[in-house]
Design a protein around this ligand. Sequence first.
Ligand code: PHE
Length: 492
Amino acid sequence: MSQKNREHWGSKTAFVLAAAGSAVGLGNIWKFPYIAHHNGGGKFVLIYLICIAIVGLPVLVAEMMVGRATQKSPVAAIEELSGKGSPWAFIGYLGVAASFVVLSFYIVVAGWVMHYIVLAATNTFAGMQPEQFGKTFGDLYVSPGLNIFWATLFMAITYLVVKGGIKGGIERTTNLLMPGLFVLLILILVWCVSLPNGAFSEALNYLFTGKDEIEGAAVLEALGHSFFTLSLGMGAMLTYGSYLDNKVDLFKAGMWVAILDTVIALVASIIIMSIMFANTESSFGGGPGLLFVNLPQALVQMPGGYFVTLFFFVLVFFAALTSAISLLEVAVAFLIDKGWDRKLATNVMAFSIWIVGIPSALSASAAWKAVFGEVTMFDIAGKTTFFDKMDYLASNWMLPIGGLAIALYVGFSLSSKLRDEQFHLGMNKKSAWHFKPWELFTRFVAPIVIILIILIEAGAVKKDTVNKFFDQILGQNSTVTQQEAKPAKSEK
Ligand code: PHE
């Protein structure tokens, strides 16, 4: 467990910024605002915050702990702690596989963001009729050339950063982009306060009070998302933790990462909702359309809209890049710990992931559909394209299973002594009050909750039963149907 030969973060702040950079991504700025709105804000947001605290944070600390204790990436780390051939090492392999799956669709969406930076910078939106916004995105969505071009460029940038190593590449980039992201976010937030129609306070109201009743299934969505948004379950935080030295208080660092991630998701939602509420004409669509259609369409009519649109897409690009870096680093670190040189490992992994990303980039195009049809292989309702399937596979299966395994591994396979020692390193105290609660949450609360989501996802437990169960817990006396659960605001 020597710390000598391994490259390390330059400071605690550098680590927190890099880990927060991994956590804050498309999940925060594109997905969270949409699901928060779709589920009616209020109670949903509260449940999401609870999930982050009772499942996300304990697993986050557990992952960083294994990395720091071994100074190795997932597979090598587990082999060091539990011996070669340990079945737990599957966590590491699953993580490398997940990095392929997540990155392959991440580079496609990040590519769209880059395309939109160009559209915003060249003021293309200014001359558009309302119906052209949908068409612009639709054309991009199905274009094989544009999708490949942008996804390739984004992958190339990610590759260059990771090739530069921990200090020279990753740390340098995240130390620059994360403060940039904070500044842009604050500027836009301040601008939102001045929006007409009381839009800003309406957004706050919606997000924090919202409506009283939510569907039980929304609880599952909140839980699933807390994994994706904190980059858990695939060894990204474990790998970043392996570049930490003993001077860092893991729990404190984890708290910072979780707080930054949550605050940014909330601020992004307030911004997007304010803009949508200020614009009384546009409808509040969801999914990819929210960011790429509704938002530019609403902003184009507002004073200062040019800059806000441009800043917003630049901000999303920063967020996506710092997350993509951590995804590639998981795969690269796996080869480095097998004795490869960083340059070669990065070349091989970036190229392989790029290849795997090609079907995601092409899957909405007419040519792809003509050849392969709608892939019916593992058919899931509403997930028709290859791209959708990759997203579903990772978010709903790979990350929760990986997260469950890590919690059980740290909670039951590792010794209590190792947990105790790692938890208290970097603190001045010998026994911190929050050690026992953290252990309890890692060993029992998080695994039970995750097993429940997996069972429901697998269809072993009926959604109706879940709805009834949560109705009781939440003090609701009737189960709201999917239709009623959709907020009236969307018809605005
Ligand atoms: N946390 C990132 C987001 O919110 C996605 C991600 C998942 C990054 C897993 C790394 C590992 O967009």
